[in-house]
Design a binder for this molecule. Structure first.
Ligand code: MN
Length: 208
């Protein structure tokens, strides 16, 4: 997929993630915040014909091909599209599903247990200063947890994001106000582990 980038619909209804995330948050988050990133990215690329056949991943990885005057704008807006699409895809309404199969084994061997994984991802999400994301990534075959500011992405030739949580205030403020830890805690009930597991398996196969 390349220019013009299209808005992806949510893979569930606006009220599907209640009570953990209310309908109003998802409406604003998807229809306003995410859609604005898609529109701005297309707006920037409109005048750069040579960048119009690049995929989202290529725009974020092959930054040497991007002219200096739009480097920051591409990073912020292509990042905003990439990060939100992953964030929305990583949630669903299934109750308290858990990771299974090879991903469950990898989480246990990397973090010791699912509970430790949860504690580490929670710390990364809660301690990210200001706006940003916390991530589960696959880096050189190893699972790791990191956080990034603003719309930065961990995507590169060697780092593959598996899962992310948006900790910008717009992701939780309407329901949780300043209580980011409560939002993070409830978000664990929403993780679409089937999707994250499939993502992990396809990367492991690619790298084998
Ligand atoms: Mn967001």
């Amino acid at each position: 997929m390349n220019y013009p980038f299209e808005v992806k619909d949510l893979p569930y209804t606006y009220n599907a993630l209640a009570p953990y995330l209310c309908e109003e948050i998802l409406k604003f988050h998807h229809d306003k915040h995410y859609v604005t990133y898609v529109n701005k990215l297309n707006e920037i690329l409109k005048n750069y014909k040579n960048l119009q056949n690049m995929t989202l991943d290529e725009l974020l990885i092959q930054t040497e091909e991007i002219p200096n005057e739009i480097k920051t704008a591409i990073k912020n807006n292509a990042g905003g599209v990439y990060n939100h699409e992953l964030y929305f895809a990583c949630m669903n309404s299934a109750d308290s599903e858990l990771p299974t199969d090879k991903l469950a084994l990898a989480i246990n061997s990397s973090f010791g247990s699912i509970d430790n994984f949860k504690a580490e991802l929670t710390a990364a999400a809660v301690n990210q200063f200001g706006s940003g994301y916390a991530w589960l990534i696959l880096s050189n075959g190893k699972l790791e947890i990191i956080s990034t500011p603003n719309q930065d992405t961990p995507i590169s030739l060697t780092v593959n994001p598996l899962l992310c949580i948006d900790v910008w205030e717009h992701a939780y403020y309407l329901q949780y106000q300043n209580r980011r830890p409560d939002y993070v805690d409830n978000w664990f009930n929403l993780i679409n582990w089937s999707y994250v597991g499939a993502r992990y398996m396809s990367l492991v196969k690619e790298q084998a």
